[in-house]
Structure formats: C-alpha cells, structure tokens
Design a protein around this ligand. Structure first.
Ligand SMILES: NC(=O)c1ccc[n+]([C@@H]2O[C@H](COP(=O)([O-])OP(=O)(O)OC[C@H]3O[C@@H](n4cnc5c(N)ncnc54)[C@H](OP(=O)(O)O)[C@@H]3O)[C@@H](O)[C@H]2O)c1
Length: 279
C-alpha cells in the first residue's frame, strides 16, 4: 500500500518509516521544512497528488513545556494540522492513523484509563491533542486514534538517553516517584502501527509497553541495565516544577487492542533492554 507518513523525520516517524518499508509498503515521508501541516492548501495538495491508501499522521508540536507560552502555534500544528489531514484523507479515501497521548487524561486515581474514559488534559499540549482527536473523529470516520505514552527511541532526544548522560556527570540522580506510566520503545510501537494500518478496524486505541512503573523505577532499571553505579533517589513532582503540569497516573488500559485482536507490546523492561542493545 502507498502510505504517507507526516512527521517522518521525528523519533517515532523514523521507526515507522523503517517498519513500513520492511513490510513492503511504498512510503512517502513528509516533514518540516518542506511540508508544513498547518499550510492547509499545501499539505492537502501534496496528499491529493500522492493518492495514498493511508496516512499516518505523526507530525506534532511536542515541546510540552514550551507549548504553555506558545499556545497558538501548538494549537495550529496539533489541532488544525490534524483537521487539515483528516479532511483531505476523507476527500481522497485514504484511511488515517493519528497518534495521541496519555496527556489527554487528567491523571486521576490509580486505575488504567479506558479508551472511553473522559478526557481532562492538564496542560495545553494535551488539550491540543485531545482537540486533534475530535477533528479526526469528526472529519475522517475511517481512522485510528492511537494514544501512546512515555516513548523513547533511537532517533530523538529522549528520557533514557538524558538519564544515561546524567549518570556520567553526576553522583546521584533524583527521579519522581509519583508519576506512573509505561515506558515504550518506538520500535515496538512502529510494528503495532503497521499491524493497525493494514486493517480496517477503525477506532480509538491505547498502546504502551506492558507493565507500569514510576519514573524513579524506570531510572533505576535504566541504570541497572546500563551497568552504571550512580545512586538513584526518589523525589516528588513538586521538587521539579515545570511550566506544564504532568499527570500522576498515565496507566493506559489495553482492552481495546485485545478486543480488536491486535498483539500487545512487550513488557517495558524487555523493550528497554532491547533499546540499550540496539543503541
Ligand atoms: N514522545 C512521546 O512520549 C509521545 C507521547 C505521546 C504521544 N506522542 C505523539 O507521537 C507522535 C510522534 O511524536 P515524536 O515523539 O516522534 O515527536 P518528534 O520527534 O517531535 O516528531 C514530530 C515531528 O513532527 C515535525 N513537525 C512539527 N511541526 C510540524 C509541522 N507544522 N508540519 C510538519 N511536521 C511538523 C517535527 O519537526 P521539527 O523537529 O522540525 O519540529 C518532527 O520531525 C506525535 O503525534 C506526538 O504527539 C509522543
């Protein structure tokens, strides 16, 4: 199938392009500066000319803290960009996969969020992604909305590499012990995205590696697997004030994947070990 991938130069985009090509799909990537999803006419013309069978829309404004003071641009990329892509997909008969985020939820409680749990974003980025979801549902019924969480991969600045760098510079690392989620390797996610786009099982899904941990537990495992000796200390979110609030609970229920017959991703520790050996 011919598939357009927006945000193809990003952390997830690079792995998705590789995985699609490995499966024999014809892939057309697009990213800044040549293609801008906020340029409605330009991006729609591009997709119309390519005539893809599917579009995987990964392009996004992902600087979560910066977004708090750059609201209009974040909204333009994440919400209006999603609308632009959804409208053209519907017009040309291409199915659409849009990646969203655990940040659409407010992080209440300690149970996994279901795909139909009410959204309640705590920060502007999360709000623009939730609004992007609504645009996709409204303008392109033949679509997948895939909420993902805590991703890291070889082709982007990520939490794992940041911690490894800190471990080389500091004698101790403090990591928050009151935010829980599932660290997720983009390579594993890219395979699921391929599985999904090859079907017509449209709907809203959650995908993250199996198991849950706090950021503190995540850092401990990174350091252990990397064989470093730095001390890791638990901390509270309040000790690290950030412009954008983060949810305490980012657990995502994978029931929707099971019901549709998609395979779940590997356990987060297994995926982390694979990432460290792939690096
Ligand atoms: N990373 C996570 O933990 C996480 C969690 C949940 C959901 N997600 C979602 O997963 C998707 C992929 O994220 P990622 O981690 O791969 O992010 P990323 O590395 O920041 O990739 C996003 C790509 O989109 C490009 N882009 C930004 N604005 C654009 C525009 N106006 N037009 C075209 N391209 C544009 C970026 O280019 P520049 O680099 O030049 O800006 C970048 O290449 C996004 O939808 C994100 O919201 C990520």
């Amino acid at each position: 199938m011919k598939i357009v991938v927006t945000g193809s130069e990003g952390m997830l985009g690079r792995d998705v392009v590789t995985a699609l090509k490995e499966r024999g799909h014809e892939v057309v990537g697009c990213d800044l500066p040549e293609y801008d999803v906020t340029d409605r006419i330009g991006i729609q013309q591009f997709i119309r000319n390519e005539k893809p069978g599917a579009v995987i829309h990964l392009a996004a404004y992902t600087a979560v803290d910066k977004a708090e003071n750059d609201r209009a641009q974040c909204f333009a990329v994440n919400t209006l960009g999603a609308r632009n892509i959804a409208c053209i997909c519907n017009a040309v008969g291409a199915k659409l996969l849009y990646t969203s985020t655990d940040y659409v939820f407010g992080g209440e409680g300690d149970e996994p969020f279901e795909t139909d749990s009410p959204v309640n974003p705590l920060n502007h980025y999360g709000k623009t992604k939730a609004d992007g979801e609504e645009k996709v549902r409204k303008y392109c019924p033949d679509s997948f909305i895939l909420r993902i969480c805590w991703t890291y991969g070889k082709n982007g600045k990520n939490f794992v590499d940041t911690m490894l760098n800190l471990a080389d510079k500091q004698s101790e690392i403090k990591a928050v012990d009151d935010q829980t989620g599932s660290p997720t390797y983009t390579k594993a996610l890219a395979n699921l995205i391929c599985d999904m786009i090859e079907t017509d099982k449209f709907g809203t899904y959650h995908a993250s590696c199996e198991g849950f941990c706090t950021r503190y537990e995540f850092v401990r495992e990174i350091i252990r697997l990397a064989g470093k000796t730095v001390k890791v200390l638990p901390a509270e979110s309040g000790e690290f004030p950030t412009p954008a609030k983060r949810p305490h609970n980012s657990r995502l229920s994978k029931k929707s994947l099971d019901e549709a017959g998609f395979s779940r991703l590997p356990d987060w520790k297994t995926s982390l070990a694979e990432y460290l050996s792939d690096k």
